[in-house]
Design a protein around this ligand. Structure first.
Ligand SMILES: Cc1cc2nc3c(=O)[nH]c(=O)nc-3n(C[C@H](O)[C@H](O)[C@H](O)COP(=O)(O)OP(=O)(O)OC[C@H]3O[C@@H](n4cnc5c(N)ncnc54)[C@H](O)[C@@H]3O)c2cc1C
Length: 380
C-alpha cells in the first residue's frame, strides 16, 4: 500500500495549483459577484490539457489516470469551485461515456474537439420531474428511418449555452420502463435543440446551469451510444465514475475554506491573543483537517480502484462522494464560524465556499441516493 502520489500526479498537482493561483484566483470573487462564466479561463485550461484529461492522446486528450484527474479537480476547486465543476462535467460525464461506450467512429468524431477544449460538453439526465428517480424520465426518442426524433425537456444541466456536445438520455419505449432508456450524443446545433434561461443559483455562480428543450429534434442513429435500452446502464456507470470528481471537488472546496480559516485565525485577535490560540477554534480546525484528510483518502482510493479495475467501484465512489461532500459542507460551516461576522460578508472567500459547497451533497446523486447505493451493495 502506497499513500504517495507518483511523480506524474505530483507534477499535475503543482501545475494546476500554479495555474489556479496565477490565472484563476485574481478574478474569482468578481466572477462570482457578477455571475459571469469562467469563459476567459478556457484557453488556459485547454492549453494545460485539463479539458480532456482522461481521454487518451490518440483522441486528442491528455491520457491522465483517475488519481491525477481527482488531484486536478481538487486543485481547481480549492480556488474556484465553478471552474472545477465546468471542467469535471465536460471530462467525466460527457467525454468518458463516449470513450467507454462509443464506437470507434463516434470516438474519432466527437472526442478530439472536446478533449482539445475547442468544445465543452455536458450530460442531460435530470428532468423537471425526474432527479433521484432518473428511471422516471419522460423525454422520448422515436425512431424514424436513419434518425430518432427527440421530444421533452431536461433540467439543471451544467455547461449549457457554452457547451456543444451533450449525452442525452431518452426513452425509446416507455412500455419497457427504464429498460427503454437509451443514450445519445446530441449536438446543440441540431434543429429543435434549445437552451432554456440560466438558473439563478445560490453558488457556483461562475458556472452555467439551465434546462434544455427538445422539440422534434432529429438525432442521427449514428449518434446513439450503445444499443437501444442501454441508457440507464451507461448513465449509472458514468455516475459511478464521475462521482470521484465531485468528491474531489468537495475536498478542494473544504481545503480552500480550511486554509482561509487558518489564515484568519492567526490574524484576528480577541481577549489579547489570536483566536487560533483559543482551544475552541483549534478544535474546529483540527476536526476540519481530520475529516478532510479522511475524505481525500476515500476519494483517491476510489480513483485508484478505477485505474486498477478493482471491483466495487460503485460503492467506493458513493462512499467517497457521500463522505467528502458532507465533510466539506461542515468544514465550510466552521470556516464561516471562525470568521465571525466577516464570514457572512461577500468580501471573504469563505462566504463563497459556503454557498458553493452546498450543491455537492445534491448533484450527481444526493447524499440520500449515495446511502441507497452503499446500502444496496451491502445487502445484495
Ligand atoms: C448546480 C447543479 C448542476 C447540476 N448539473 C446537472 C447536470 O449536468 N446533468 C444532470 O443530469 N443533472 C444535473 N443536476 C441535477 C442533480 O443531479 C439533481 O438535482 C439531483 O440528482 C437531485 O434530483 P432532484 O433535484 O430532482 O431532487 P429529488 O429527486 O426530487 O429529491 C428531493 C429530496 O428527496 C430525497 N429523496 C428522493 N428520493 C428519495 C428516496 N428514495 N429516499 C430518501 N430520500 C429521497 C433527495 O435525496 C432529496 O433530498 C444539477 C443540479 C444542480 C443543482
Amino acid at each position: 500500500m502506497d499513500f504517495e502520489l507518483n511523480e506524474d500526479q505530483k507534477m499535475i498537482r503543482e501545475m494546476v495549483r500554479n495555474f489556479a493561483e496565477q490565472e484563476i484566483r485574481p478574478g474569482v470573487q468578481n466572477r462570482d459577484e457578477e455571475g459571469r462564466f469562467i469563459g476567459e479561463l478556457l484557453p488556459g485550461l485547454a492549453e494545460l490539457g485539463l479539458l480532456g484529461m482522461i481521454v487518451p492522446e490518440a483522441y486528442g486528450g491528455s491520457g491522465l489516470d483517475s488519481v491525477a484527474y481527482a488531484v486536478a479537480i481538487e486543485e481547481l476547486a480549492r480556488v474556484c469551485p465553478s471552474t472545477a465543476v465546468t471542467v469535471s462535467v465536460t471530462n467525466s460525464v460527457c467525454q468518458e461515456p463516449i470513450l467507454r461506450f462509443g464506437s470507434e467512429e463516434q470516438k474519432r468524431r466527437f472526442l478530439p474537439p472536446l478533449a482539445s477544449g475547442r468544445q465543452l460538453g455536458g450530460f442531460c439526465l435530470t428532468e423537471p420531474g425526474a432527479g433521484s428517480d432518473a428511471g422516471a424520465l419522460k423525454t422520448r426518442a422515436v425512431r424514424d428511418g436513419d434518425r430518432y426524433v427527440l421530444n421533452g425537456s431536461k433540467a439543471w444541466i451544467t455547461n449549457t449555452h457554452v457547451g456543444k456536445t451533450f449525452i442525452v438520455l431518452a426513452n425509446v419505449n416507455p412500455d419497457l420502463g427504464h429498460r427503454g432508456i437509451t443514450a445519445f450524443v446530441v449536438t446543440s446545433d441540431l434543429p429543435g435543440f434549445t437552451f432554456l434561461p440560466e438558473e439563478k443559483k445560490m453558488g457556483l455562480r461562475a458556472s452555467i446551469t439551465s434546462g434544455v428543450a427538445f422539440e422534434d429534434c432529429p438525432v442521427p442513429v449514428a449518434n446513439r451510444l450503445g444499443e437501444e435500452g442501454m441508457g440507464m446502464k451507461i448513465a449509472l456507470a458514468t455516475l459511478d465514475s464521475s462521482r470521484i470528481g465531485i468528491a474531489a471537488q468537495a475536498v478542494g472546496i473544504g481545503q480552500g475554506a480550511l486554509e482561509e480559516a487558518v489564515r484568519y485565525g492567526l490574524g484576528r485577535e480577541t481577549f489579547g491573543k489570536p483566536i487560533a490560540e483559543h482551544q475552541a477554534i483549534q478544535f474546529m480546525l483540527a476536526e476540519a483537517a481530520t475529516n478532510l484528510e479522511a475524505a481525500r483518502l476515500l476519494t483517491y482510493r476510489a480513483a485508484a480502484m478505477k485505474d486498477e479495475a478493482i471491483p466495487g467501484l460503485s460503492r467506493a465512489s458513493s462512499m467517497a462522494k457521500l463522505y467528502a461532500s458532507e465533510a466539506a459542507k461542515a468544514v465550510c460551516d466552521s470556516a464561516v464560524q471562525i470568521h465571525g461576522a466577516y464570514g457572512y460578508s461577500r468580501e471573504y472567500a469563505v462566504e463563497r465556499f459556503y454557498r458553493d459547497v452546498r450543491v455537492t451533497t445534491i448533484y450527481e446523486g444526493t447524499s440520500e441516493v449515495q446511502r441507497m447505493v452503499i446500502a444496496r451493495s451491502l445487502l445484495k
